[in-house]
Design a protein around this ligand. Structure first.
Ligand SMILES: Cc1cc2nc3c(=O)[nH]c(=O)nc-3n(C[C@H](O)[C@H](O)[C@H](O)COP(=O)(O)OP(=O)(O)OC[C@H]3O[C@@H](n4cnc5c(N)ncnc54)[C@H](O)[C@@H]3O)c2cc1C
Ligand code: SF4
Length: 533
């Protein structure tokens, strides 16, 4: 039987940051990850046929990929389906690297608006760890943004290009906030990594290694500090001893054999869906409803950021597909609750590049705007690169009935019960979404669009999976405390997006990194005290 001090389950955003921070101690650390390292030569972006090659192995939908590293997700009845990637680096391998922090107001929406709950921590608690993250991974942007307290030391922002300049004119005409995206992209030399060359296909993995995926930026440092990373190892259960503390994990190794790894402390970082799944699968006599689930909240309060899409068609060629796919301009004009609207909280606007030729043609064809035959190329040339694309990201509020449960029959390749999503859009989220889509169209028109088009929620956008093991001060109303430590099991910690109390309307990865770094520092500085409890 193997033994270690700390076992981390999952090598994605939370697990990567925790591994690097914990590696600054003498503790023996092992990370078990069900996926593998992604080989650069496999990345679709290395070939001209990349749009076709990204449809299967690098699809964002685990039910389409169906790789050995994936587990199926029953989201058949949810209006939003789960998007993720299971590998070293987790979902950051495919993410867009749009890299905004949460705002100070995001941690206190109950106090400010009487909805959701306040976090047990505030922005200032995380600020040093946002800064620490910036030393570990590239963050580009522009200081002076009025939407945030001062953020310094950023790499140069991604280029706006013709598309960005056009949209900025619209924002200026309306007098709305806009700012170049905070982008997890090496826009200048960063620790020996190559500089972004604005190729575009970031969402299938960056072929030159400029995008801040954690396999490329966090893991090499954690490994050289001595962390042991075991890939193709899927944890099926966390075990407890007779005193009710965790004693280690059961897992299936790369050839399917069941193994046990004894550990003094367990850090779970399996994502907002993988973590509740593992805890619910780790039932015992002491925890009949799932490990650490005395509150009954494991899996509940699932928040998914309902997504709206707005498109504008322009006369001029905006070269819209050049540049980092998810990073261009963001607007926080409608982030907080507006006056005189029938909803609480709001949305952000995230401008994107693309679509690329195949996606552009498919979308226009499905909307009956692009014919086959003689007119095909002519019409294609009038739309391709002539469109601007906007995401409306809605702040979803926590609701008990939105949740991750175990499916009664669906199982993964190792026979472990798979997760099922029970999720319905709230009236509040629906109202924000339709308001946001209208505002997006208004912006497109102010920027000079000839026509606009918008809809939501977009189904394949469950990228941000939040809130399913939330932190809090009250053990009856939360799963972990402000340090990510289980209220009922002192040597069990959670460091991924499950611990979020509310969702903000911005992308979560910088906040996941910051929370994981903070929790891991707490563990390494208090390890012997935690062991005595
Ligand atoms: C297409 C796409 C675009 C995105 N764009 C952005 C963006 O622009 N900005 C942003 O901030 N966020 C973005 N995100 C979201 C971001 O990637 C995630 O929020 C973040 O990676 C979540 O971190 P995590 O640690 O919670 O989970 P993950 O990064 O998903 O990592 C979880 C890891 O745990 C492993 N695991 C799960 N269960 C087990 C088990 N039982 N045993 C062993 N290993 C296990 C998984 O294989 C996985 O590697 C995007 C996501 C996608 C899919
Ligand atoms: S745009 Fe930059 S970060 Fe994105 S794939 Fe190309 S080189 Fe990589």
């Amino acid at each position: 039987m193997d033994a270690c001090d700390v076992v981390i389950v999952g090598a994605g955003a939370g697990g990567s940051a925790a591994a690097l921070e914990l590696s600054k101690s003498d503790l023996k650390i092992v990370c078990l990850e069900q996926g593998t390292f992604t080989s650069n030569s496999d990345l679709p972006g290395n070939g001209v046929d990349w749009e076709i090659r990204s449809q299967k192995k690098f699809n964002i939908n685990p039910n389409i990929r169906r790789a050995n590293s994936d587990y199926p997700v029953n989201n058949g009845k949810s209006p939003i389906s789960i998007a993720n990637f299971n590998a070293v680096g987790g979902s950051t391998v495919l993410y867009s690297a749009h890299y905004p922090r949460f705002h100070p107001s995001d941690f206190q929406i109950q106090t400010l608006d009487g909805v959701g709950e306040d976090w047990p921590i505030v922005y200032e608690d995380l600020e040093p760890y946002y800064e620490e993250d910036r030393k570990n991974t590239p963050v580009a942007g522009f200081s002076g943004d009025t939407a945030y307290p001062q953020i310094k030391g950023l790499l140069p922002p991604v280029p706006l290009g013709s598309l960005g300049r056009k949209i900025a004119e619209g924002f200026n005409a309306l007098g709305w906030h806009w700012w170049p995206s905070y982008s997890g992209i090496a826009t200048a030399e960063f620790q020996g990594h190559r500089t972004c060359i604005n190729l575009g296909p970031c969402n299938t993995g960056c072929p030159i290694g400029s995008k801040s995926s954690d396999d490329l930026f966090y893991w090499p440092k954690a490994l050289s500090n001595g962390v042991s990373l075991k890939t193709e190892c899927r944890v099926s259960r966390i075990e407890i001893d007779r005193t009710g503390k965790v004693s280690g994990v059961e897992y299936f190794d790369s050839v399917g054999n069941s193994q046990f790894l004894s550990a003094k402390l367990v850090v779970v970082a399996a994502s907002g869906i993988g973590t509740p799944r593992l805890l619910l699968n780790s039932k015992s006599d002491r925890f009949p409803e799932g490990l650490g689930n005395d509150s009954g909240l494991v899996g509940r309060n699932l928040m998914l950021h309902p997504w709206g899409y707005v498109e504008g068609l322009f006369e001029e060629n905006l070269q819209s597909h050049f540049g980092p796919q998810g990073c261009l301009i963001a607007s926080h004009e409608f982030h907080d609750t507006p006056e005189d609207e029938p909803f609480k909280r709001g949305f952000t606007m995230q401008f994107q590049r693309g679509p690329f030729p195949l996606e552009s043609a498919t979308r226009q064809f499905l909307r009956k705007k692009l014919p086959f035959g003689q007119e095909h190329h002519k019409v294609f040339r009038q739309t391709f690169d002539h469109t601007a694309h906007l995401s409306i990201i809605v702040e979803d509020l926590p609701e008990l009935h939105n949740r991750v449960v175990l499916d009664e029959s669906l199982k993964d390749a190792n026979g472990i019960p798979a997760p099922k999503i029970e999720y319905a859009l709230s009236e509040n989220s629906k109202k924000i979404l339709s308001f946001g889509i209208e505002k997006g169209k208004e912006l497109m028109k102010a920027s000079g669009a000839l026509t606009t088009f918008g809809f939501g929620p977009v189904r394949e956008t469950g990228y941000h999976i939040l809130g399913t093991a939330k932190m809090g001060n009250d053990p009856k109303n939360s799963v972990v405390n402000m340090w990510g430590q289980s209220h009922s099991i002192p040597n069990l910690f959670i460091v991924d997006s499950s611990v979020f109390v509310t969702s903000s309307s911005v992308n979560p990865t910088p906040t996941i990194h910051a929370i994981a770094l903070r929790t891991a520092k707490y563990i390494r500085e208090n390890f012997s005290t935690i062991m005595k409890v």
